[in-house]
Design a protein around this ligand. Structure first.
Ligand SMILES: *Cc1c(COP(=O)(O)O)cnc(C)c1O
Length: 399
């Protein structure tokens, strides 16, 4: 039998759970794109985006997924033949590096593996050795969604500054914006990229590139920026259509407006605390289950764990069976293990992820954890029983 009928929880992680308010905001007839509400609401929407990104600088919107924002950021700042430095702590840094590579940009990637944060000393050494100043940018991922590793972007900025290197600091906040604390201006981030479908609780299809004046100055030296990728008209449009270089993503904009309104109502600081507290409850459960058996959180040190996604190692090939059980029996869809093993290899079944980004609260997380505990029993993954109680204690103490 199945007990999955009812409200389901998509925890894959991303696209994330969409609030009813966001869905309802999108449920409308096609709006006029030449006059009226859609045009008038844009300044407030841009202000809302900058509020979440903690920046006073520029925001450009593209009708793309996250991969599109990777290209947009590079197209405005790095010429083919120039070089970028990419520290990698999971699949997504490799993805951004590959995007750069295919644009004709030279990439030096330092791979810090799948279980560690960026090694700032190694990055510092690489920058100090670059007397000629060949590195035009450091492309860093804040939360790597494949490994659940959260990198310290503020510390990376301090490291770059300590060397006196002029490279731009770019941050991929696709999985962390609207979840984990992120301070674009205070941390000295020059370019930040994000998408609509994770912490921003809106369907996939809109990408955001935030950039400061230093990054915009780099735009001057680019030999060729297509009219489509150019961030300047998008960030400073003279006409409404220039925001999008064409027709607006009408319904996404209504959904995003509502999502940003929800974040503003809660306040971004409270959103960060909610994610941090729910993450702590999740770790309490997994760390307890793993205290007797092979199950473990991929990021061992809590200080480097993401607050929006947790990657798990099961220690056997039963992670796929667990995901399957949770989805078909209980209505909880867990994420596959991404970038941990080759698809098709037996180890591919050893990993899974729990997305806890955006529209999630205590009852959803406690429900998900209790479901996972039921699944661990059902598919016979060895574990210490009682992880849910550990999570409940965190919630009881902190809420
Ligand atoms: C989801 C994600 C991306 C890619 O986003 P797409 O919309 O799938 O292109 C990039 N970086 C990180 C950190 C992500 O979590």
């Amino acid at each position: 039998m199945t007990l999955a009928n009812g409200l389901t929880y998509l925890a894959i992680p991303g696209p994330s759970v969409m609030p009813a308010r966001v869905l309802q905001a999108m449920h409308r007839a096609a709006p006029n794109i030449y006059a009226g509400e859609l045009i008038e609401m844009m300044p407030e929407l841009i202000t809302g985006l900058k509020y979440v990104a903690r920046t006073k600088h520029n925001a450009a919107i593209y009708i793309v997924n996250g991969h599109g924002t990777w290209e947009a950021a590079l197209a405005n700042t790095i010429n083919p033949g120039e070089t970028v430095l990419v520290p990698a702590t999971g699949r997504f840094a490799h993805g951004w590096a590959e995007m750069a590579n295919r644009l004709g940009i030279k990439v030096e990637l330092i791979d810090f593996g799948k279980r560690d944060t960026n090694d700032l000393a190694a990055i510092e050494a690489r920058l100090r050795a670059d007397d000629a100043g060949k590195f035009k940018a450091v492309l860093a991922v804040h939360t790597d969604t494949s490994t659940g590793i959260r990198n310290d972007i503020a510390a990376l900025r301090r490291t770059i500054d300590a060397t006196g290197h002029s490279a731009l600091l770019m941050a991929d906040c696709m999985a962390s914006l609207g979840c984990d604390r992120f301070e674009m201006d205070d941390w000295g981030v020059d370019v930040m990229v994000a998408g609509s479908q994770k912490g921003l609780m809106t369907p996939p299809g809109m990408g955001f590139v935030f950039f400061n004046d230093k990054a915009d100055a780099a735009r001057e030296a680019i030999s060729r920026v297509s009219h489509y990728w150019d961030w300047r008209p998008r960030a400073n449009p003279a006409m409404f259509y220039e925001y999008f270089a064409g027709t607006a993503p009408t319904h996404h904009l209504y959904g995003l407006r509502e999502a940003l309104k929800m974040i503003k109502e809660e306040t971004i600081e409270a959103v960060w605390v909610r994610h941090a507290t729910l993450a702590e409850a999740i770790w309490a459960a997994f760390d307890h289950w793993g205290s007797d058996g092979p199950l473990e959180v991929n990021a061992v040190d809590p200080a480097i764990r993401s607050h929006s996604v947790t990657a798990l190692r099961v220690g056997s090939d039963k992670a796929s069976a667990l995901r399957d059980w949770c989805e078909t029996k209980a209505g909880l869809t867990l994420g596959i293990g991404l970038g941990m093993a080759e698809p098709g290899a037996p180890e591919w079944h050893n990993f899974f992820r729990l997305g806890h980004m955006g529209h999630v609260n205590a009852q959803m997380i406690l429900g998900a954890l209790a479901t996972i505990e039921a699944g661990l029993i059902a598919v016979d993954i060895p574990h210490a029983s009682g992880g849910v109680v550990k999570a409940a204690k965190v919630i009881a103490e902190k809420a």
